[in-house]
Design a protein around this ligand. Structure first.
Ligand SMILES: [Zn+2]
Length: 253
């Protein structure tokens, strides 16, 4: 009898320990492992340490920064708001989302991006947009990967900033080769004719659209989509992206 009781007590201890570990893991910071309550996956110290663009330096729009303007020639969008340079932890989180399906990370990044956008709205009085759209991926890629990360971000951002999200306006009609390593000119050339804008003819087009992307590198994709949206009658496009990939010669401070 005593043996049974001991076994039970041991079992109870093991189960309790297991659940305590699970609970701790659920509420521990993704970066440092400390307990966290505010942000779903980050403690406040790690939130404060995130490498986020200083809105005061860029006046709320990265296009105001001459160094950025120089690396994004011939763009057709009007504003560029990114949360962070394409560096850790965002670069790691994006690959964890893309290749390991960590959807909770998409939620976290979208919340941070929404907060950043709302700050630009209140500090710099950018006029509020009418609609949110996301950079589309081709249906084959969507089927292979199972999701479009820009779409995951856009859904949450739209909800947070209280704007409608339309996932049908933009479509990508064919898949393109990977653009990594290609020059801006080559990228622009390859992107022509890749996107369709499906706006209802009977409705007047939205004036100001927010285009969500995960990473802006040469700006060519966002620019081509913006060009198509403007051909369809949209007046203004704000690109809201998680990261801006900066050449190493550009110093952040
Ligand atoms: Zn932390």
């Amino acid at each position: 009898m005593e043996l049974l009781t001991n076994n039970y007590s041991q079992y109870f201890k093991t189960v309790t320990k297991y659940y305590r570990q699970v609970l701790l893991k659920l509420s521990s910071c993704d970066l440092c492992g400390e307990a966290c309550t505010d942000y779903l996956l980050l403690c406040q110290t790690c939130v404060d340490d995130l490498p986020i663009f200083d809105l005061n330096i860029i006046n709320g729009d990265l296009l105001n920064w001459p160094a950025v303007n120089k690396i994004l020639p011939k763009i057709t969008f009007d504003h560029l708001i990114c949360l962070s340079p394409y560096i850790t932890p965002f670069s790691d989180w994006l690959s964890q989302l893309k290749y390991h399906g960590r959807f909770e990370i998409a939620q976290l990044m979208a919340l941070l991006l929404s907060k950043h956008y709302q700050q630009t709205l209140s500090q710099y009085k950018n006029n509020k947009a009418d609609l949110v759209v996301a950079v589309p991926i081709h249906i084959t890629k969507w089927q292979q990967r199972g999701f479009n990360q820009a779409h995951l971000l856009a859904k949450v951002v739209a909800q947070q900033i209280d704007l409608p999200y339309d996932e049908k306006i933009l479509s990508r009609n064919k898949s393109s080769k990977s653009q990594v390593g290609q020059s801006g000119t080559l990228r622009r050339k390859n992107l022509r004719g890749l996107f369709d804008v499906n706006l209802m003819k009977e409705n007047s087009p939205p004036e100001h659209i927010i285009l969500i992307d995960d990473v802006v590198t040469t700006g060519a994709t966002a620019s081509e989509i913006s060009r198509c949206l403007k051909l369809a009658g949209v007046k203004k496009v704000t690109v809201l992206a998680l990261c801006l990939s900066l050449p190493s010669e550009i110093k952040l401070n």
